[in-house]
Every structure is written in structure tokens, then in C-alpha cells.
Design a binder for this molecule. Structure first.
Ligand SMILES: [Zn+2]
Length: 259
């Protein structure tokens, strides 16, 4: 099987099993009351200070990263960043309570709606990356449209945090096509962040099923796909974190997983 065929098969599978991209988002339904009612007490800090400097990655990492080293007791919990801000905040807070750090791949439109969440994510010690501007089927787009998806989100991240972030994850696909991989690199993303464990939380199978799916598939080095935007994920996260702890696995940022 050629590499191209592998990618096509993987991409086709991802359309069936990837995140819930085609579903209508509840994000726009209600404005964030905290954002609309409470004026900021302090002027925002200079964006250049918002995003912490990242350590260099080791050489030899693949262009598309599906997992980290298998010989260290660490995993990365990576979240598609979209949906109700209250759900996002609850998940971040629960992770912090357990000493876990997350990686959030944010949708640019979501950052337009809730720009305060970029700072909230970084302030919690989590990592922030790019999950396209509108979360369309990027692997089916032509070069110009796909570039606009990548750079649109990168521009939001840069404006809000001073950095476009280190990671790009394609929307509606686990892996990028060769074209999207190349366009992401041109936009400054050296690596596409895929994953090797799909929690399937977006299918809303129930708290126990999400927890069990992660417990079954996770191991040292895993990159786990999860979603903001589903209340069931809030209910599942404490159990997932307990399971990881019992197995001696730490939830760290993707950069920490790989460096
Ligand atoms: Zn997504």
C-alpha cells in the first residue's frame, strides 16, 4: 500500500470516526454572561507576554504526530476547542484540580466569540493551538480555501496571545492530506498534531463509555482526542484522570510529552 493510499484510507476513516465537525455548534446560542457584564479590571497585558516561550522539539519527529514516546509515563489530552464557554471552563478547572495540563486546539470562530478563553487556557498552564478558522472539511478544500482556514485561526491566536501556537490539527480529519500538511508547514506549523486515542466523546455515548474507551486504548505516549462543547465530557473527565493516575500516567501538554 502506498503512502498516499494509507493517508487516503486514514482520512476516510477519520471522517467516520473523527470529531463532530458537521454538527451544529451550540457555541453561538448564548453569549458569555461574564464577558458581557463584567468589564475587565485591568487592561489586557501585552500579547507578546501571553504565550510562554516553548522549548525546542527534538529532531526527527514525524510531520504528523500521532503519539509521543512510549517509554515515559505521560499522555497528552487534546481538546477540540469550540462550544459553550462554561463547558470549556469546567473542563479546564477540573484538569487543574487534578494537576493535569491539556492541549486545546481552538477554532478561530470560537476565539472570535470568546476571546477571553485564549488567556484562560494559557493562564492554566495549558497549551493552545490551531484547529482551523471555521472547522470545515479542510482536507476536501482547495489550496486557497485551506490556507485561509489555517492562517485565519493563526492570525486570531497571534493577536490574542502573541503566538500562532505550535500545533495545527485539521478539522474533520484525524490526519492531514499531503496538501494540508504542506500548507500548515507554510503557515509556520512544523507538525500536524493527530492522535492515537479517540475518546468518541462527541458521539455522546454516556459518561461510562467515554471513560472506558479511553481506559482501553490509552498508554504511555498516547495523544487522546477529546472535545470541549459536550457536557458529557465534563462528567467523564474526573474518571479519566483517576484512571490515568492509578496507572501512573501524567497528563501533560503536547510539548511536554514530546520534549
Ligand atoms: Zn474538531
Amino acid at each position: 500500500m502506498t503512502r498516499r493510499t494509507v493517508l487516503q484510507v486514514a482520512a476516510a476513516g477519520a471522517l467516520l470516526t473523527g470529531c463532530a465537525d458537521g454538527r451544529p455548534s451550540a457555541a453561538g446560542a448564548s453569549p458569555d454572561p461574564a464577558a458581557s457584564q463584567a468589564p475587565p479590571e485591568h487592561p489586557p497585558a501585552a500579547p507578546s507576554s501571553a504565550h510562554p516561550a516553548l522549548p525546542p522539539l527534538p529532531p526527527g519527529l514525524p510531520a504528523q504526530i500521532e503519539h509521543g514516546p512510549r517509554n515515559r509515563p505521560q499522555v497528552a489530552l487534546t481538546f477540540h476547542g469550540r462550544g459553550e464557554p462554561a463547558i470549556a471552563t469546567a473542563l479546564l478547572t477540573e484538569a487543574e484540580r487534578a494537576g493535569a495540563r491539556l492541549t486545546v486546539l481552538a477554532v478561530g470562530e470560537w476565539l472570535d466569540q470568546y476571546p477571553q478563553l485564549a488567556r484562560r487556557i494559557l493562564d492554566g498552564g495549558h497549551e493552545l493551538g490551531n484547529h482551523t478558522q471555521t472547522h470545515g472539511n479542510i482536507c476536501a478544500m482547495g489550496a486557497a480555501a485551506a490556507t485561509a482556514e489555517i492562517t485565519g485561526c493563526a492570525d486570531r491566536l497571534r493577536k490574542l496571545t502573541g503566538s500562532p501556537g505550535r500545533w495545527f490539527r485539521p478539522s474533520q480529519a484525524r490526519l492531514a492530506t499531503p496538501l494540508v500538511e504542506r500548507l500548515a508547514r507554510q503557515a509556520g506549523y512544523e507538525h500536524v498534531l493527530a492522535y492515537d486515542v479517540d475518546s468518541l466523546d462527541f458521539t455522546e455515548p454516556g459518561t461510562g463509555a467515554v471513560r472506558a474507551k479511553v481506559a482501553k486504548d490509552v498508554g504511555p505516549g498516547s495523544v487522546v482526542s477529546l472535545h470541549f462543547g459536550y457536557a458529557g465530557t465534563i462528567a467523564a473527565l474526573p474518571g479519566i484522570l483517576d484512571d490515568l493516575k492509578r496507572r501512573g500516567l501524567r497528563a501533560v501538554t503536547t510539548t511536554e510529552l514530546l520534549t
